[in-house]
Design a protein around this ligand. Sequence first.
Ligand code: IVH
Length: 699
Amino acid sequence: MYNKEQIQALQKQSQDFLTGNADTVSAAGIAPLREILRFHEYRYYVQNEPLLSDYEYDKLYQLLQRTEKKHPELITPDSPTQRVGSSLNQQFVTVQHLVPMLSLDNSYNAEDLTDFDRKARELSGLDAITYCIEPKFDGASISLIYENDQLVRAATRGDGVEGEDITTNIKQIRSIPLSAAFSQYGIRQVEIRGEIIMSKQSFAKYNELLVSQNLAPLANPRNAASGSLRMKDPKEVAERNLDAFLYHISYFVRDGIPAGNDPLASHAGSLHLLWELGFRSPEKEKRVVTGIQPVIDYCLAFEAGRDNLPYEIDGMVVKVDDTVLQEKLGMTSHHPRWAIAFKFKARQATTKLRGVEFQVGRTGAVTPVAKLDPVYLGGVTVSSISVHNEEYIREKDLKIGDSVLIERAGDVIPQIVKSLPELRDGSEEPILFPKQCPVCKSELYKEETEAVWRCINIECEAQVVEKMIHFVSKDAMDIKSFGEANVRKFYELGLLKDIPGIYSLDYDRIGELEGFGKKSLDNLQAAIEASKQQPLHRLIYALGIRFVGETTAKTLANAVENIFDFTRKTEEALLQLEDVGVKVAKSIHQFFSNEQNIDMLHQLEQLGLQMKNEKKATVAAGALTGQTFLFTGTLAKLKRSEAEALAEAEGGVIVSGVSAKLNYLVVGEDAGSKLEKAKKINTIKIISEDEFLSLINKS
Ligand code: IVH
């Protein structure tokens, strides 16, 4: 889609806009700015290789927004700002597909595939057929129509003949281009089929959010994706972080067949064309082979590796590659004769629910956890599953002794899909909720509007320990080598009793414990020390304030200069912040009104933790603002930590590994694998220590 020169030029223009710091751009600058934003959307959403930080992207996006506000007459329907629909979907109009959206016939093993191939060979009279194989994405089926290069309609599958118009919602999905240069290939109108999916990561995050709001989580990413398509508020669709794979050109009108290679002569060619036009097609995942044995091999290899994919697939699709041959093979009333799905083994299983344990979390919420007869499910043995709350148990009609159907979606936490009441023999027992905290025995409470029972004793051992586990965890303060096991061990031995205690551990006593040699003690101490410099948003998240996830923590950190500013913020003031609703504002306000909490924050400040919003200070700072750095090898003049501090003092950001996000790799003596890796990414500038010093004028 973009060649090296274009990438470098676009990246340079991006930096020019970013460093320009202008309030708006000229009318002539609008089109290039849009091109730049489209490029970065493509890098981020289609290729998964962003070249800008989210912060920088937002800056460019806002620049375009401001400019369009000043010149509304220059807004185009395919401008990146036009995804966000302002109005709610009133109703979803029924529309006809240009061609019926057929389903696929299924196969389950090598024999079925061999059969399919034999029939195709018989019908075509060929000795061997060339196939294109690609993943079968597990999501919700859609069709898109582009006319004169513009996305004009998106529809659900519906009954295959008619679906519903969901254009506004689909525009929220950033891997779907609002315009694409089909006209370059003489194509005036085209209907494309694809699948809306939610990545495993987005699904896990989304479920976390649901659970934090006391809502029942969804069973799998497919439900999450299909439930998103008909949402009233397009903004909610945007928040779900959906993705789209486009895998089939089902209809097109073009001015004539191009001379030379016709990209639409083969299925692989059409996937390539879509990829070239900026769509996320399975270009990288597909394989073209001749004969059925390599088809079988590829399907089985993909099945073995399915857990390593970032999204769910439930099989592979095998398609006859030659589109003329496809026509010739035709279709039955249900499915084409030129394609077949190869379905992977299901990841559902039935087992017995033997009992329920009640666990107390860091907010005091008491969570019932179902204990199951261990059952092997797509690579792991499952023996316990959270059943969330009383309401959930009632909804799923769960009883102790029940047979239950469970499902594991990829590496996502397993869920109980349903109980199987028809298998009951009368010996099943109801699940009874405790009235007292299973850990500290104090009485449990439940707010009327909530589904969750809570232990409100803030000294409850379970809560204290869980809070510390959260504090040191990877997404919070990221104190490596601390971890859940050490928190529990130190707490039990009386070496740690609260969060500030993490920063005043008695290392001599820990050194006497089994398994703590000098090296591991040093590592632990260094990790604890390093965490003091974690940015404010991590500290805020680490505090475990109810309803404050990582994103809200970032919003909060950006809203203040110092964490203690929150003690002066009213609920109304908090409500002004993005994504902070009534419940969240109340919870934050409560946290910062509590003396014990403030006392703890003062202790942490004294212990040297970062309480200020560093970003606010550095963004304005210096020559390296917004640029990312990584140091490798032995530097001659500076210590590694000094060099990093210098870069940061000038507004630079230190990153931990080589990726397309890295701007500068500073190389010392004996640099190894990082240098080799960086050489392969042509946007990274590889510089010496002296060049780095001259960048900051300190040679
Ligand atoms: S091709 C006429 N390719 O699976 C050909 N379908 O069970 C139409 N699906 O309705 C479909 N990944 O929603 C095709 N790579 C892929 C697919 C795929 C997922 C879905 C699609 C279809 C269903 C059939």
